[in-house]
Design a protein around this ligand. Sequence first.
Ligand SMILES: [Zn+2]
Length: 217
Amino acid sequence: MPASRCNLPIEEQEVHKKYVKNNAKLYFNYATMNSGKSLQLMSIAHNMDERHIPTLTIKPSIDTRDGENKIYSRIGISRDCRMFSPEDDLFDLISDENGGRISYNSYLEWIFVDEAQFLTEEQVDQLSDVVDYLGINVMCYGLRTDFKSKLFPGSKRLFELADTIEEIKSTCECGNKTIINARVDKDGNVLKNGPQTLVGGDDRYISICRKCWKRSI
Ligand SMILES: [Zn+2]
């Protein structure tokens, strides 16, 4: 355990090691845009609310299109969340929310992360520490790739570190599985160039299959 992660005396650390929850996992559920990621997150979290399982939902502040401290799905349901910035240490943030408890004594049982593609690589490492040292499950939802079909840094690190990786599938107009989050101009033409992140306009993106994307650029 890195020294910065635990200030307990060594003999207490041994006790925590003995009883640490070994079944916590880092999950990455990835998809294209508008595939129901946020809806699935909220559905699972709501189910836990009903069973009185303590959870925390967090989201990068780079994505403020929904307003502060809320996640919305396209079908109109929402959930409160805690926003964080790229500079935040997510291990520290979650430790605070967890009341400073560690390992077997943790209060929180699940962390849900929306828009996980916007995590920094360091923040994904920090989330893996939350799993390994606090014994809390972390379930991330995010996009696999950007509009140029390249991995987002946060998604790349999640593919490298996650225990469980699952795809949420959706279908292109042609019937194939969607792969690409294509960026389009106001006339619907697919764009090839531009910055990786252009937050604030779902209408500027369409989810399409690889074949349709190749045909359109
Ligand atoms: Zn297609």
